[in-house]
Design a binder for this molecule. Structure first.
Ligand code: F6R
Length: 247
């Protein structure tokens, strides 16, 4: 595991871009899973800026959106499809873009198709992830099976309360479609991002707590190729002890 602690959100985002660019240039990645949320916003903006300057190329990359509310129209401003399209997918030259469709009433076949698509493409080479304040990854909430696959999940009240602030129209959906912990963990490499004090306890738990279904992010500690990029606020509880944890 590599851990980078950056001074602030701006530098965290720059570091993530730098690392990501290097990984892209290694040509070892094709299929990459991308998250939504507040954390990667500046990361995406910086990637788009680099792309516009001709300094980064996504033409060999297939992008996979990690999750989506359910039910949800693709073009709704609250959809994760809208977010990823407007912050990243539609602004760069990705070879292919895939996402879960929250408006498919047959969610079972929607999930099966996404699972099979990921398999057919040879699995994920990389997953970029944020951490939920309750320790979720994607929308794999506490209690998720560690071998869970792409599926419909019921969101926890903690997630709904936090996400309501980012949600514009009507009541926030109680359900979501998400890649499972299995698909995420099988990615050949992981980049985990966390910013701000509100993430500090989960970052601490991730590094020190038991590996358990109650904290889905904890399973990533077992991943053979994970880099964690956080800012000082998110690292506030671990900074003193970090040297002992890096292996
Ligand atoms: C979103 C996703 C979530 C977020 C997590 C952190 O697509 O998969 O797991 O990464 O909820 O969200 P922010 O970055 O808004 O704190």
């Amino acid at each position: 595991m590599k851990i980078f602690i950056e001074k602030n959100y701006e530098l965290l985002s720059s570091k993530a871009v730098l690392r990501f660019k290097k990984i892209l240039e290694s040509k070892k990645v094709k299929n990459i899973a991308f998250p939504t949320g507040n954390t990667p916003k500046l990361f995406y903006r910086k990637l788009v800026e680099l792309y516009k300057k001709g300094k980064i190329d996504f033409s060999k990359i297939s992008g996979f959106l990690i999750d989506e509310y359910y039910p949800m129209k693709k073009d709704s401003k609250d959809s994760f499809n809208y977010y990823i399209s407007n912050n990243f997918f539609a602004l760069v030259n990705l070879k292919e873009k895939y996402s879960l469709n929250g408006s498919n009433l047959d969610f079972i076949s929607e999930c099966r198709s996404y699972k099979e698509l990921i398999e057919k493409k040879g699995g994920l080479d990389m997953a970029i992830l944020g951490i939920g304040e309750n320790g979720h990854i994607g929308f794999n909430e506490p209690g998720s099976e560690l071998n869970s696959r792409v599926r419909l999940v019921e969101l926890k009240n903690t997630t709904l309360d936090l996400n309501r602030a980012k949600y514009e129209a009507g009541p926030i959906p109680r359900y979501a479609l998400t890649m499972g912990i299995y698909e995420i963990f099988r990615a050949k490499r992981i980049m985990l991002l966390a910013s701000g004090k509100s993430k500090s306890e989960r970052v601490w738990d991730f590094l020190n707590g038991p590996i358990s279904r109650d904290l889905p992010v904890s399973v990533l500690r077992l991943h053979p190729d994970i880099e964690v990029i956080i800012d000082k606020e998110a690292a506030v509880l671990i900074e003193d002890k970090i040297m002992n944890l890096i292996n």
